[in-house]
Design a protein around this ligand. Structure first.
Ligand SMILES: [Zn+2]
Length: 415
């Protein structure tokens, strides 16, 4: 989830072409490599659509502008998706937990509706089983520590409901973790990274086997988390700051720290995070865009409408359409950079599908286009084994280690 208000940047037109069209040919060799991988994406905001738009993931509407559907997942051999559970800090203020539970329920409802093609998954073993059964493994990650309402009991309840990662903060600093989204806002009370309670949260996540996600957090929160965590961390949807200078992206020093920690950085596809020219145009547009979006939202509120994420999204799409999409090369450059700086064992895919108002690079219109990434990596000389690591192998290794550390910590506690 990337959004206005805090760091608004945006996005692309509501593209209306069918997902089967391709403008980058994928060779038989690339297709074979892609189809033999367990492809894991660690961030999609589709639950906003499930909940607020009544979107059915089984939809086969060729004009649907969304990034994810079961058909698109199948076409792109997407094996596992971590659906983002995001309680909007503005529109769900004062009931974050309820918003979180509603979002979790929306994922289960989709899986219940399509048992032949989709299954809830809570472990590496589940992902592998789903792959064998040719079903999409649906996992969940909470985006933003504000969802736990400063209550460790709620954190444990979320784990029991199946949540397998939590992003320590979204774009808003919460009571225990500073965010990159408002770190320079003097009106926000900051904590110099993680508070003592925040450190307890990280350790409890380690103990339960919930992955610690450092996307969105302030740099100091990142270093605190990596120092405290007993298990490898993930960045569920973050790109490289050396290439695109945005505070949501990770510096080379951070990339090396993740490598040392054994974790993985899952590259975000959002245009403003992977392409400097796009980012600059988006920043230039920002004052006018934010004022226009705010005015449009006020108008909706005045008419008595309950404003949701989708209302913002629609506005943002119109503004994104004014900026040309960057080439796919921009996204591949980020994968390549992280592979060079952190190592091939520490990079993966965290699309931010359905969370960026359509603003993805040319050729990437949905999950069906994932094979183009394999083709592009192959063109750059990556081996089949290395491509498989990027497509999902690295994330599965980290998840396995998180599960192992959890078992170990629970044995220690039991003694
Ligand atoms: Zn996000």
């Amino acid at each position: 989830m990337t959004r206005r208000i805090f760091s608004a940047l945006l996005c692309l037109a509501w593209v209306t072409h069918g997902f089967a069209q391709t403008n980058t040919p994928v060779s038989a060799k690339a297709q074979a490599i892609h189809q033999s991988a367990i492809v894991v994406d660690t961030h999609a905001d589709t639950p906003q659509r499930f909940l607020y738009e009544n979107f059915d993931i089984g939809s086969s509407d060729p004009n649907d502008p969304g990034h994810i559907s079961l058909d698109k997942a199948r076409a792109g051999n997407l094996g596992a998706e971590f659906f983002s559970i995001w309680a909007d800090p503005v529109t769900t203020k004062d009931h974050f937990a309820r918003a979180t539970f509603d979002m979790i329920d929306s994922v289960y409802q989709q899986a219940a509706k399509h048992p032949d093609r989709m299954m809830m998954a809570f472990s590496v073993a589940d992902i592998e089983r789903a792959h064998k059964e040719k079903k999409l493994a649906a996992l969940m990650g909470i985006e933003g520590g504000h969802s736990i309402e400063n209550d460790i009991h709620l954190l444990r309840d979320y784990y029991r409901l199946g949540v397998r990662y939590m992003t320590l903060s979204w774009s808003n600093t919460n009571e225990w973790a500073d965010s990159s989204g408002d770190i320079n806002n003097p009106k926000v009370e900051h904590h110099n990274g993680l508070t003592d309670f925040g450190k307890q949260v990280v350790l409890e996540m380690n103990r339960m086997g919930m992955m610690v996600d450092i996307s969105h957090v302030a740099d100091k929160t990142f270093y605190d988390a990596i120092a405290v965590s007993r298990a490898p961390v993930i960045a569920s949807h973050s790109s490289a700051r050396a290439l695109t200078n945005h505070p949501r992206n990770m510096t080379d020093d951070m990339l090396r720290a993740v490598a040392k920690n054994g974790g993985v950085v899952q590259v975000n596809f959002f245009n403003a995070f992977v392409d400097d020219s796009y980012l600059q145009q988006s920043e230039a547009q920002k004052p006018e865009r934010e004022a226009a979006v705010a005015a449009a939202i006020e108008k909706l509120k005045a008419s008595g409408k309950t404003v949701t994420y989708l209302d913002y999204d629609q506005q943002e799409r119109e503004w994104a359409a004014k900026i040309p999409r960057p080439p796919l090369k921009s996204l591949i450059d980020h994968i390549d950079h992280i592979a060079k700086v952190a190592g091939i064992d520490h990079v993966g895919l965290g699309s931010d599908f359905d969370g960026v108002s359509g603003a993805t690079p040319q050729g990437i219109d949905s999950a069906a286009d994932l094979p183009k990434i394999t083709q592009a990596l192959l063109d750059r000389g990556y081996s089949e084994a290395d491509i498989h690591k990027v497509l999902g192998g690295n994330l599965l290794r980290v998840f396995t280690e998180v599960e192992r550390v959890s078992r170990q910590m629970q044995t220690e506690t039991a003694k």
